[in-house]
Design a protein around this ligand. Sequence first.
Ligand SMILES: C[S@@+](CC[C@H](N)C(=O)[O-])C[C@H]1O[C@@H](n2cnc3c(N)ncnc32)[C@H](O)[C@@H]1O
Length: 264
Amino acid sequence: MDFISVLAIFVALPATGFLIWWLIIETEGVYLGKRMVILLYDLYASRYDRIKQFDEQADLTLISQPIMARIHPATAPLILDVATGAGRLPLIMARNARFSGHVIGLDASRRMLKVARRKVAAERFERYITLMRHDAGELPFADNSFDVVTCLEALEFLPDPRAALREMCRALRPGGLLLTTIRIDTRWMPNRAWSEARMRRELAALNMRDIQVAIWQEDYSQVWAWKAGESELIGANRREEVLHSKPPRQSLQNWHPLRRAKLN
Ligand SMILES: C[S@@+](CC[C@H](N)C(=O)[O-])C[C@H]1O[C@@H](n2cnc3c(N)ncnc32)[C@H](O)[C@@H]1O
C-alpha cells in the first residue's frame, strides 16, 4: 500500500466514525428522516430513563408547579404533551397534589409509549393520563382543544418543527398556555435547533404572546407563551369529546381514521 492510500485510510476512518456518531448519537437520527428517529427511540426506549436520569423533584419544581401556578386558579386543565416519550410530563403532573386534570401524552414511538404505559399503570394514574401513538406533525384534534400544550426536549427531533409548533398552537385554546424548549447550544444541529430569537419570531407569527425564555438545565431553556385571546377552560371532563374530535380540513392531508391514535 502506498503512502497516499495509508493517509487516506487514516483520514477516512475517524471522519466516518465522527459522521456516524453525529448522525446517530448526537442528533438522534434527525438528519436521516422521521423513520430513523422513531427507530432509534424504539431501540433506546428501555434505557431512556437510565440515560436521562431525570430528577423528579427538580421536574416538579421547575415544570409541574410552574404550570399549576400559571394556570391558577384552574386545577383540572386538559393538557396535551407532544412527544411525551416515557411519560415524563404526564407523570409529574399526576404526582402534583394540586392537579386534578388530565394529560394526553402523544408520541410516535411504540416502545417509548410502552415504557410510559408501564409507569402509569404502576402508579395507577390511568384516570389522569391517556397515551396515544401519533405523529406530532399533524395532531388529530380540533382547533382550540387544550388548556395547556407542552413539548419538552423534542421539537428539534421532529421532521418539521415549524409544522409541529403550528399544530400545537392550533390545538391550544385562546388564552391557553404553551411550554416548549430550545437547545442552548445550537451549533451541532444546524437548521433544527432554533435560537431564542428564531423561537420568538416563530411564536409571534403564530399569534402567541407574553413569550418568556428561561434557562432551565444544562442543555435546554424553557419557552413559555400564551395564545392570544380569551376562552373558557376546556377541562379534564371534556377529554373524551376532544379525543374524538377531528382536525380541520387543512390538517387532514395525511390523516386517516385507521391511523388514528392507539389509546391506552
Ligand atoms: C428526547 S425525547 C423527549 C421525551 C419527553 N418529552 C421528555 O422530556 O422526556 C423525544 C421524543 O420525541 C418523539 N418523537 C420523535 N419524532 C416524533 C414524531 N414525528 N412524532 C411524535 N413523536 C416523535 C420520540 O419518540 C421521543 O419519545
